[in-house]
Design a binder for this molecule. Sequence first.
Ligand code: ATP
Ligand code: MG
Length: 764
Amino acid sequence: MENLNPQQKEAVLAPPGANLVLAGAGSGKTRVLVHRVLRLLAEGLAPNRILAITFTNKAAGEMRERLFASLEEGARGIWVGTFHAVCARILRAEAEAAGLSPGFTIFSRGECLTLVKRCMAAANISEERYPPRSVLDQVGRRKTSPAEDSEPAPFSVDATALKITPAYERALRDVGAVDFDDLLARPLQMFRRHPEVLRKYQERFEEILVDEYQDTNPAQDELVALLSRAHGRVFAVGDDDQGIYGWRGARVENILGFERRFAGARVFRLEENYRSSGAILGLASRIMGGAGARLEKRLFTRKAAGEAVCYLAAANAEEEAEAVIKRLIESGAGGEIPWGEAAVFYRINTQSRALEEAARRRGIPYQVVKGQRFFDRAEVQDLAAYLRLLIRPDDGAAFSRVVNRPPRGLGPERLKAIAREDASGVTTADAEAALNEGRLRGNAAENLRLLLDTLKALTSFRAGPARLIEAILDRTGYRAWVEGAMRGSASVERRRAAARAIEGAQEFVAAARAFEERIQEEEGVSPESDEAKTLFLEELALMGEADELSGESGALSLMTLHAAKGLEFAAVGVVGVQEGLVPLGRSKDDPASLDEERRLLYVGVTRAKKFLCLSWARERRPDGKKESWATRPSRFLEGLGPELIKKVGDHAPAQRRAPRGFDSRRDAGDSRYADILAEAKAAPHQKEKSAPAIPPAALGPFAPGARVKHKKFGLGVIRSREGTGDRTTVSVEFEKAGPRKLVLKYAPLSPADEGVDGGENRAV
Ligand code: ATP
Ligand code: MG
């Protein structure tokens, strides 16, 4: 308790009931929450009666570590995790009441995306017009914000989502899987149907603590309200100025309506910021000062003003990256500030490239916290599918995924001979039957027999996930396959992908090992049990972007502004603080989105402790483009004087240079940033209310520069693109087949991904 100021102490000691700590960034909210847990335990509350919900798994891990460090045995049994993890745990325990099989699988986003694409293809819906990612988001939105269900606008993403939902749900059910949004929606359904189950949990959790409450969605808010009803004890902390997930269904109203929802709630304010220098805090306050509706908060620091915040104007993204990294070095990064204490944030993932190059040139160790989550890597999914098969041999999706990886002469055509009519995947039983009935012959049959035998042998192999994965790598021929590709492949690209796959497989084994240690130590679960395998797969599926950040690596961190939430660094750079990126293109038409963009900048700025540098590039060249788009500084920094921000370079809006074929008479607004928008295809603001003639996002995965795969011609890169609608053509340079011109609508093209064949490139 000595480490807390009087306001913080008061919150930590708040009497049982509903309590809300509503306070600005860096004021110690998370610290208060952790202390509250320690306090409850010290007062004798049994650990298993506490439920603490964090925003990322990483934060949960850190909290667990802190609790274990201060209490050792004392914290065993405590429930700490994200909403999704906690819900998964409840669903596992109550599978029957929830109408699920106990070994149900959680589909990662990548797997759900594959499903959505399949459903869209079956319904003849163009992926170009309706980006599958947005469709998937919308399917989820309807599950977690049911009250907002409304008639979708015709031809909207929402209408598409509604249309494919039945097929999508059926496909999930067929393979005994749930998606992320089910994890939240299913417990709510179950609690409504089975009040006795709800009662059990209501009585069990005497106090529920939630961090980052401003980013809860309606389903999460409802869960907290339901679960806390027996004891009425909720301890929530958050900051309405940091709500940045509205586009994903979060509702800032949940924190603002807390007092109404939880009768008799006390609200605590914290006003001292312990994180940032005076200069940084001053700028942050001014940025939020320009926002629309918000709660006014006082925030002060006792720290000195420190170094001025700078705002650099660079000619282009490359110079920008170079300049920001140079400034970080000048401020002490890599010297008195270790690289592990420095970070650069950006709005969309593709912006990392210039930064990576700049870091590489200077030999600076760096880590990119990617939008492509670990689990979505092809090799990780392959190995996870093998592991799933060992738990559930009837998992058709898993079997179909790995049956030809490594290649066994069992491609899609051959599989048709094995599959039952209308089944969504081939199971081991189908394969067995096909062999017995002699429906498959020759090498393919032999290979299939070998695979089935190997799987059988592995199923009876008693070992923890780590050793099992090693065994899978060795005995299924997977390792040999990838290593062979790394050495023998003719294409550099393939060799690189194979090398990455090997790395991914190693990381996967390491993750399994760390997991085994933890569950044994903390939960007393034997790594060799089936439960351990299930829990490991679950943990993987639930891993989020921020979880990839390694604190000990001593490397400069590169990540999106979204991923930076809750973190802090001694020295911070934010690149692309300019119109089109911050705020992101189309959000300017919608005041609510615009405010969210402002909050996003606020979140980024308030991560910095000592040094902060913002920047923008006068010309930005979207991926694979020769032309560049001229732009201007972010409106969020307009009119700020030199006492708040030190401008470096030429900040006058750059002359727009119209690229070839660009109609300069058109409104400079959206189309000017068409490409930046196309890159951010999964981005928040595609509400599609009034779709413009060519929604920029519709360039989708087939924008120039994109890597694609053609059924017949193989891998290639899109060089250019012409026409609109059904007449759109693309010129593709294929690795093997050379240049071809194709009509997009009819060409069997799909995005080619990183890794062996997985990969995504999201805005957040
Ligand atoms: P955010 O809104 O960004 O999540 P927060 O309100 O959760 O921030 P914390 O991360 O808990 O803030 O705290 C910010 C920093 O201030 C941390 O480094 C924390 O250790 C430190 N801190 C918090 N309270 C105190 C205190 N009373 N004395 C010294 N340092 C403190
Ligand atoms: Mg916090």
